[in-house]
Ligand binder design. Sequence first.
Ligand code: NAP
Length: 321
Amino acid sequence: MQSAESGKKGTTCKAELLDGAAIAQQIKREVAQEVTQLSLEYQVRPCLAAVRVGDDPASAVYVRNKIRASEEVGIRSEHHALPATTTAIELLDLIASLNTRGDVDGILVQLPLPREIEEARIIEAIDPDKDVDGFHPVNIGRLSMGRPTFVPCTPAGIIELLDRSKIPISGANACVVGRSQIVGRPMAQLLLQRDATVTICHSRTRDLAAVTRQAEILVVAIGRPGFIEREHIKPGATVIDVGMNKITDETTARRLFGAEADKRLETISKRGYTLVGDVNPAEADEVAGRRTPVPGGVGLLTVAMLMRNTVKAARQRRGLR
Ligand code: NAP
């Protein structure tokens, strides 16, 4: 394993990159085997219903990726793409019908929803046994009690990444920056369940760098391109970058990628943007022991864990172990 040299500027030693893409592939292969086994032993084929409202291009891409991953692992999928004019009542009707259908195992409603529709009301309408995103209050409650449940896919994927990369969690100082319902909070719960000593930071945290610098495992989910820099990172720490931000300008690309900015600049000129995380990779590489890249880190794990949750729902609903 390549190790980072403590905080020295200009060192040739770089943080090891954790390969989220390879681990996501591994998880999907395992899920595909389980799907085959379910079909051979019980003639069951898990089914995921994805619901999307409106024309948000990012949401369309996310749902398409989930449908594609379902096909890859042998899960049947349905894509309910509703117009932006859909009312809350119409959406609730669709969810009610998916809840009662015996052939549907998992329901996911792609967020964000149009502003006129209250997201909490929709999520709470999903049958908790089909809530493969793990966002229903019943599942969040179970998670916070340390009971078995559907765990939100991004933090669940991060735990898999840490485990499969043999990074010890028990007893480690872990810091989660960001307290969203979908990443920060469940991430902190999972790390706590695994006996880490957990600190949660947010926009009101005083002297953020002094807190994050204590962490052996630092998970960042704030939605600010390259915000976490050298001063935030403990030498040798494992840095998990959840952020997924588009940048379009040369100055930011150079600040984040230093000598390796050229490839990113090429992407910007071709596509109009490049995807970056919440961590400044050039600076993190000088201090961290390991880090996840963006893209190619956490994002792919999220979809793989959704597949795993769908198979879990299919088993549980039929009382199969
Ligand atoms: P979110 O709902 O946008 O919330 C952001 C969180 O970051 C809030 O808790 C906020 O604090 C905190 N924050 C903002 N600025 C901060 C600062 N300067 N210092 C410390 N904390 C700060 O977050 P999210 O939905 O979890 O998304 C975060 C990022 O992860 C985004 O880039 C998103 O695209 C990405 N994401 C990626 C995946 C994936 O699969 N890779 C999945 C989900 C999200 P307050 O609570 O005090 O406002």
